[in-house]
Design a protein around this ligand. Structure first.
Ligand code: ADP
Ligand code: MG
Length: 549
């Protein structure tokens, strides 16, 4: 017989459901939950702002296939946590937001931080709920975790009123729930597998797009084997990078625009035809493009372009089906084809253009020179977090990933301010890996104070701020009043890191940058390299505007 309080029942339930990491900001009424989490063996990392903590929880879900938890106080804290719910919703990542709430017997009386929390979470989650009594908390937590994982992954919200948190119950009266098994992995309809193979067989200009759904489902071995045995050209989505290594000879990433525009059959593996893929529509796509689509969410099939073959289910399992099918009857796309010829020529042309910029030592530096240096000193198995406008966009083509689930960026929601939370999440999930967080100066500013979190927890993260004094493009000097898109020129973000005991470096030349990046990457503690670039630096000329309508 043991009397347990709500804090213990909540955190023990989470632990039983395989939730191992919790981020948050404590205060009324959730301090006890964080303390109990530590006692139950859940790693708790206290943040400085709920937004960053909530982004971190989504990243843990993506990286581990078990939801990360974010703990927030009632009212304003919970509202800040909605940022992470929306980001997880948009990216299809499992996470659980735990929001403290006023005592339920004070509802409608103007209680401290009373707010419509369950209602405000609802549009972004698969389940928004509030346990009605302490004895049923294990049931709610199990259902929340299961809901976040099964089907298309997503966020869930659990509201925790103070009277549940402070209530007590005898252990013998609790019905603990078994850990819910990992998501069931369904296979595609065998007829759809046949149609898919036939479509790819008939293609003259095929293209495989590998998305973060493939990464999430851990389909890397199956996807790679499929691509290698068919010889099909592939393109990773931004976070699909690394499912097949970026330096693989079948990657046509440097010819992205040409490939999208001219492919006649596109095979989407866990990637959506949303704005990132230009909706699958002209002018970015061939108007007659035929789509083979693999997705766990049946309702995603046919979005924007009708689908010829719908492979609904788990990417890892379905890629095994496809591999079995082509083992029985080989499918081989010739490297001598006209399509490969065109693609290889485009790749060469683009390489020459970019190489020139990457080797340009002019001071102040441009993006390509800086990103090349970061690429060359980043370990192959590092996790790369990346955000900022040009910093992220150009980084997508310059910074390579060689392993799956090692790239985190602004993603489907285009969220700026995710970088520090993501980097901390990645360091928590992979204590043995280097985490490199490449930030524009504006992106860094959203949650720059989280470097204190990284220092407090001694996380070996190297932050790199590519500093152009503003959003998009900056200036050398402030006008009066300051221009809307401009931040303090030459801001010393490196000193923010030094303030909390980490190492900060400030670089303005290629020599300084090379030396400091190397030192920072070799350090076992948190470091920040602040690299000044030309405020007017920009991308290579683009064929299409980034938001082509
Ligand atoms: P990207 O940004 O990489 O293109 P998206 O987020 O647009 O990726 O698409 C990822 C897709 O992967 C979503 O539509 C989601 O439903 C799907 N997905 C998630 N998990 C799985 C899985 N286990 N198997 C197959 N598809 C999945
Ligand atoms: Mg900037």
């Amino acid at each position: 017989m043991a009397e347990l309080d709500g804090n213990t029942v909540i955190t023990r339930s989470l632990k039983q459901q395989g939730v191992d990491t919790m981020f948050g900001v404590v205060g009324f009424p959730v301090q006890g939950i964080a303390a109990a989490a530590q006692k139950e063996g859940i790693r708790y990392i206290g943040f400085r702002n709920e937004q960053a903590a909530s982004y971190a929880a989504g990243a843990v879900g993506y990286l581990t296939q078990r939801p990360g938890a974010c703990l927030v106080v009632s009212g304003p804290g919970m509202v800040h946590g909605i940022a992470g719910l929306s980001n997880a919703w948009s990216n299809c990542w499992p996470m659980i937001l735990l929001g403290g709430a006023n005592d339920s017997y004070q509802n409608e009386q103007g209680a401290f931080q009373e707010a419509p929390q369950v209602e405000s979470a609802r549009p972004f989650v698969k389940m928004s709920t509030r346990p009605d009594r302490i004895s049923r908390v294990p049931l709610y937590i199990e259902k929340a975790v299961r809901t976040s994982l099964y089907g298309r992954p997503g966020a869930v919200y659990v509201d925790l009123p103070n009277d549940i948190i402070t209530d007590t119950i005898d252990d013998s009266k609790l019905a603990w729930r078994e850990r819910c098994p990992d998501a069931p992995q369904s296979l595609a309809d065998p007829k759809a597998v046949e149609t898919a193979i036939a479509a790819l067989r008939s293609a003259e200009r095929p293209l495989v797009i590998v998305g973060k759904g493939a990464a999430y489902s851990r389909a890397e071995a199956e996807v790679r084997s499929f691509i290698e045995s068919t010889g099909l050209p592939f393109l990773p989505s931004p976070m699909g990078k690394g499912v097949v290594p970026d330096d693989h000879e079948l990657s046509i990433a440097p010819a992205r625009s040409h490939a999208l525009q001219n492919a006649d059959v596109v095979f989407l593996i866990g990637a959506r035809l949303n704005w990132i893929m230009h909706f699958g529509l002209p002018p970015r796509f061939n108007p007659n493009v035929r789509i083979v689509q693999l997705d766990v969410a049946a309702e995603e099939i046919g979005t924007n372009v009708p689908t010829e073959a719908a492979l609904v289910g788990d990417a890892k399992s379905i890629m095994t089906q496809l591999n079995d099918a082509i083992a029985a009857e080989p499918l081989r796309f010739s490297s001598e084809s006209a399509w490969w010829g065109e693609l290889n020529q485009k790749i060469e042309e683009n390489r020459e253009l970019v190489d020139a910029m990457m080797n340009d030592d002019t001071v102040p530096m441009g993006y390509y020179r800086v990103l090349r240096e970061i690429r060359d000193c980043t370990p192959r198995d590092a996790v790369i977090c990346s955000e900022g406008a040009n910093t992220m966009d150009i980084g997508r083509s310059v910074l390579n990933n060689y392993e799956p689930r090692r790239r985190l960026d602004a993603g489907s929601f285009g969220t700026m301010g995710v970088g520090l939370g993501f980097a901390i999440a990645a360091a928590a999930v992979h204590p043995d890996k280097k985490v490199v967080c490449v930030e524009g100066d504006s992106a860094f500013g959203f949650s720059g104070m989280e470097v204190e979190t990284a220092c407090r927890h001694k996380l070996p993260i190297t932050f790199v701020v590519i500093n152009n004094n503003g959003i998009g493009q900056g200036v050398d000097e402030l006008a009066d009043p300051p221009q809307p898109s401009v931040y303090t020129p030459g801001a010393r973000y490196d000193q923010v890191m030094e303030a909390f005991g980490g190492r900060g470096y400030f670089a303005t030349t290629p020599e300084e940058m090379t030396k400091y990046l190397k030192e920072a990457m070799e350090s076992s503690g948190p470091t920040l390299v602040n690299i000044m670039i030309n405020p007017k630096a920009t991308r290579k000329p683009q064929k299409f505007d980034w938001l082509t309508r």
